[in-house]
Design a protein around this ligand. Structure first.
Ligand code: NAP
Length: 283
């Protein structure tokens, strides 16, 4: 597995396993299968409701903790968020059955963002998380956070796939030392991604599937990716992307698929902001 080095020196695998929308009663099996085929980065969140199942799979795998890279995420907290954030983090840690995580992400750019970030900086200083970062931050919010705080996020996890490529965001993140991580790398199959003619043709040229082409394209753009699957054959397929390389021409053909628009949530849409901001988790 290839790794990237985050802005604080921590090494992170370039490809991992995401567990969003895997029901809690299916997650332990899915994560056990993913670990068995070789994934070492696991991406969960308090909001996914499956941290306990992820933790059980980790425990039962017998894989040494230092070989794993575990990410979880803080849901939106009310102000003042300092204590709430610590409590939410401790709840996640308990559910995971771990004494630290590798990456703790602020899940949304809402709520008491500054209080949340400063509490996350404290958790990082105490070694309870090896790195801290954010998710769903557009450039304006990201720069504001960077310019007005001590720690620069190590990672920004954002929607990124062939139909929404985030080229400008990527350049800006590189400039500021923030690692770009893709969520929804397959666009969850929207726009008929898995049978798209351009992607299928490139796959045929390499004897690879569309899914493998997309993951390879992300990796060649220096983007960390976390495909989700509950199917062990697809899990194995999705990690088998290190034995081929897309040509410049193929990278350009995929670049031409960008629509510059989200297929999921527009974080600037007032209705979406209201919906995400009002949602509160039990703990
Ligand atoms: P995704 O990885 O783009 O797509 C997952 C879908 O693709 C599933 O329906 C899966 O079906 C299918 N699939 C996977 N491999 C395949 C293959 N080789 N061939 C055909 N179909 C395949 O979607 P995602 O889960 O939304 O995103 C990935 C991860 O990013 C999440 O799990 C989560 O960890 C993270 N995420 C973060 C945020 C955030 O706000 N920070 C938001 C969304 C997601 P099967 O399971 O049936 O194989």
């Amino acid at each position: 597995m290839q790794h990237v080095t985050l802005n604080n020196g921590v090494q992170m695998p370039v490809l991992g396993f995401g567990v969003y929308q895997i029901p809690a009663d299916k997650t332990e099996q899915a994560v056990s299968d993913a670990l068995a085929v070789g994934y070492r980065l696991l991406d969960t969140a308090a909001a996914y409701g499956n941290e306990e199942a992820v933790g059980r799979a980790i425990k039962n795998s017998g894989i040494p903790r230092k070989e794993l890279f575990v990410t979880t995420k803080l849901w939106v907290q009310d102000a003042p968020a300092q204590d709430n954030t610590r409590r939410a983090f401790e709840t996640s840690l308990t559910r995971l059955g771990l004494d630290h995580v590798d990456l703790y992400l602020m899940h949304q750019p809402y709520g008491d963002v500054y209080g949340q970030w400063r509490a996350m900086e404290s958790l990082s200083r105490e070694g309870l998380t090896r790195a801290i970062g954010v998710a769903n931050f557009y450039p304006d919010r990201l720069l504001d956070l960077i310019f007005n705080n001590e720690a620069t996020p190590a990672v920004n996890q954002i929607e990124t796939h062939p139909f929404f490529q985030r080229t400008a965001d990527h350049g800006l993140m590189r400039e500021h030392g923030v690692q770009h991580q893709a969520w929804g790398g397959f666009a969850e199959g929207r726009n008929d991604l898995f049978v798209h003619s351009v992607l299928s043709e490139i796959g045929e040229a390499h004897g690879k599937s569309v899914a493998q082409v997309v993951l390879r394209w992300l990796i060649q753009r220096h983007i960390v990716t976390i495909p989700k699957s509950v199917n062990p054959d697809r899990m194995a397929q999705n990690i088998d992307v290190f034995d081929f390389e897309l040509t410049d021409e193929q990278m350009s053909a995929i670049a031409a698929l960008d629509t510059g628009r989200t297929l999921f949530f527009d974080h600037h849409d007032p209705e979406m902001v209201a919906w995400l901001s009002k949602r509160r988790l039990d703990s």
